[in-house]
Write a protein of this length. Structure first.
Ligand code: MSP
Length: 651
């Protein structure tokens, strides 16, 4: 049977709350979506890429009041900030929806009314603990604090007890239908671990969902009962259907719905993987193919967020390193799904090593040779030899792998493959030594061939990079004298040997200048964004006191997991930690209490030296030592960016 190939691709980001200006976390989701949209356009699909802002609700009402603005004024101001950043990051969205737009408001009301008329929505009364910041009633298993309040587990703020007349969505009626759907579509939620989380949550039983508020004025009024406004999540989720024509352009709607992929952060998974499909089932819409839930960008192990005051300003990073550098770093550093820790060292290292060295140098050297040896216009080429064929073969394999990886949203793996290929090209040049051929007049044609092979490789690699680094890709093609644009060529039409410089090859400066770490950190500090101090650099001048590998091997470095933690009484600095080392449990005394509370460290993993002679500190035995950096007198523990079995050797 002939497989039906879908000719459209509909990708969405969450719509962002307008109480916050955009930060790296928001940029991350949007960059992933942009890379997927750009790739799918290259495959020839008609793409609709939607992003926008979530403008209703108590949170916005409250922030606006604090700033002395109306909610609409606040939204209008913050929207400009989002649009600016997206422009600076070359985000190629097709539509930017604002939930205050008329067509959206009317669409949501129409769906609400339909569900009310058919009995999926009913009127009742609700009492519960409500978190204003998260716009969410707390789940009932959150227990009361000694002072009689409940604390929101998401944001740590006090919740308020609310009782109100409310309309409910009959979520409980969809429990089995949802479970059946998950079973039939195991890739509905990605990565797979998160699908399991959702299934086990739904299996525990679903309660009906309160979907209106009388306490909130800034929201979409319930049709025919305007003292109620529609709960901001019911409103917001429907942006995915109103934006592409539900209720105003049936043709557009039919060509793009259901969505191919909703990209979201892991904190909003339940809304997208449970409530949203249930709403859609009730309204009789098809369900989206995939909800892809990515991890968080952390700063110093905490989620970056405005309320924690630890956000990094993307503008600063773009101004310093360029939009493509930030896009590359965020997509290369972690697979979608895991958390990533943004460190200045990590960022600068990636830019200098991958972009300045591996890619930038290769391009600069090759173009310079083409200009120096042939004035930018290659003459007749020698026949292909075995090494040339190998390079072309490697290219084809890379291209096929990268297409598959992009199709599978494995962006960091795709970038890894492209870099692997760049290293092959660098090696090809090292092996074929064009700089030597340049001194051998009899080898002009061979020299031209070697440079042509390298140029074809660079052209091909930068085409593959286009979804992630569009500016760089276009720039490299221009420098190569390639008259076409990467976006003008379909993936199926890309051919290694199809490089025809219609123009002249140009000499170029470094396309990614190296960044100086110390300068970067001090400028970050000046810009008011949290940064870590620069490492000691004076060490280079000192004579190294080397140890041998044998000596290093004597250290038993292991991954330890904290299973209990408490302060050592009478001290400011010390914590007593019980740690799991896989095969045994130990107790260590660590001088980290000025940086971490016992709760901070519970269940955390770090590296300890397990065979350090035990010591007695303040009368308590310490059976090992954890590794930490000392920064202005504070101990900073290096944590892992994924879970590792306790006891794993570190070498
Ligand atoms: N308005 C809702 C979404 C409604 S979608 C129908 C919302 N908005 S938000 O502005 O708070 O967050 C939007 C997205 O940004 C979420 O997916 C969230 O996970 C993501 N991020 C916010 N901070 C983040 C990090 N520090 N790291 C990565 N992504 C994070 O939720």
């Amino acid at each position: 049977m002939e497989e039906k190939v879908k000719k459209t691709f509909y990708v969405t980001t969450p719509i962002y709350y307008v109480n916050d200006v955009p930060h790296i976390g928001h940029a991350y989701t949007t960059i992933i979506a942009d890379a997927l949209a750009r790739y799918q356009r290259l495959t020839g699909k008609k793409v609709f890429f939607l992003t926008g802002t979530d403008e209703h609700g108590q949170k916005i009402e409250k922030t606006a009041a604090e700033k002395g603005l109306s909610p609409q004024q606040l939204a209008d101001q913050v929207v400009v900030r989002f649009k600016d950043l997206w422009q600076k990051l070359n985000i190629s969205y097709d539509y930017f929806i604002r939930t205050t737009e008329k067509f959206h408001v009317e669409g949501v009301q129409k769906i609400f009314k339909k569900l009310l008329d058919q009995g999926d929505i009913y009127k009742g009364s609700y009492q519960g603990w409500y978190c204003v910041s998260e716009e969410n009633f707390l789940s009932e298993d959150v227990s009361l604090e000694p002072d009689g309040y409940k604390i929101c587990p998401e944001c740590g703020r006090k919740a308020v007890l609310l009782q109100e007349e409310s309309y409910f969505f009959r979520l409980s009626a969809y429990q089995q239908a949802l479970l059946d759907f998950y079973e039939a579509h195991p890739r509905f939620v990605r990565p797979p671990g998160r699908m399991n989380e959702v299934i086990s949550f739904v299996r525990q039983g679903l309660k009906d969902l309160s979907i209106t508020r009388t306490s909130v004025k800034w929201g979409i009024p319930v049709p025919d009962d305007p003292k109620h406004t529609i709960y901001v999540w019911f409103d917001a989720l429907h942006n995915y259907v109103t934006a592409i024509g539900y209720d105003w352009n049936p043709e557009l709607f039919a060509s793009f719905w259901p969505a191919d992929i909703h990209l979201i952060g892991k904190d909003i998974l339940r809304f997208h993987a449970i409530f949203w499909p249930a709403f859609l089932m009730a309204a009789g819409f098809d369900l989206p193919a995939t909800v892809y839930s990515h991890g968080w960008w952390l700063k110093d192990e905490a989620k970056m967020s405005k309320s924690r005051g630890n956000v990094l300003d993307p503008h600063f990073i773009i101004d310093k390193a360029g939009a493509d550098a930030l896009r590359y770093f965020l997509l290369r550093e972690i697979p979608i799904g895991l958390d990533g820790s943004f460190s200045h060292q990590g960022f600068v290292h990636r830019i200098n090593s991958d972009l300045a060295n591996d890619l930038g140098n290769l391009v600069q050297r090759t173009l310079t040779m083409a200009v120096n040896y042939f004035e930018g216009q290659l003459p007749a080429l020698a026949e292909e030899n075995e090494a040339d064929r190998e390079l072309a073969k490697h290219w084809t394999e890379t291209k096929n792998k990268v297409y598959d990886l992009y199709d599978d949203q494995a962006l960091n793996r795709a970038l890894e493959e492209i870099w692997f290929f760049l290293n092959v090209v660098n090696k090809y040049l090292a092996d074929n030594e064009p700089w030597k051929l340049a001194n051998q007049p009899e080898n002009r044609a061979r020299l031209a061939r070697v440079l042509y092979q390298a140029l074809c490789s660079i052209r091909g690699a930068s085409y593959l990079l286009y979804p992630v680094m569009p500016e760089t890709s276009v720039k490299i093609w221009e420098l190569m004298g390639e008259k076409r644009k990467p976006a003008g060529l379909l993936t199926s039409d890309l051919d290694f040997y199809d490089y025809q410089p219609g123009g002249k090859i140009s000499r170029t400066k470094a396309i990614f200048p190296r960044i100086d770490l110390n300068e970067f950190i001090s400028e970050t500090n000046k810009s008011g964004v949290v940064a870590q101090p620069a490492p000691e650099t004076g060490a280079k001048e000192k004579k190294m006191d080397y140890i041998t590998y044998e000596e290093f091997k004597k250290m038993d470095l292991k991954v330890a997991k904290v299973i209990a933690a408490e302060r050592v009484e009478g001290t400011k600095k010390l914590l007593k930690l019980q740690i799991d080392l896989g095969s045994e449990q130990r107790q260590i005394i660590a001088g980290v209490a000025e940086t971490y509370s016992p709760e901070d460290l519970l269940n955390k993993e770090f590296i300890v030296i397990a065979n350090l002679q035990p010591a007695v500190i303040r009368g308590i035995e310490s059976q090992g030592m954890l590794l930490a950096a000392e920064v202005e007198g504070l101990a900073i523990i290096p944590f892992f960016n994924r879970e590792i079995p306790p006891g794993t050797r570190v070498k």
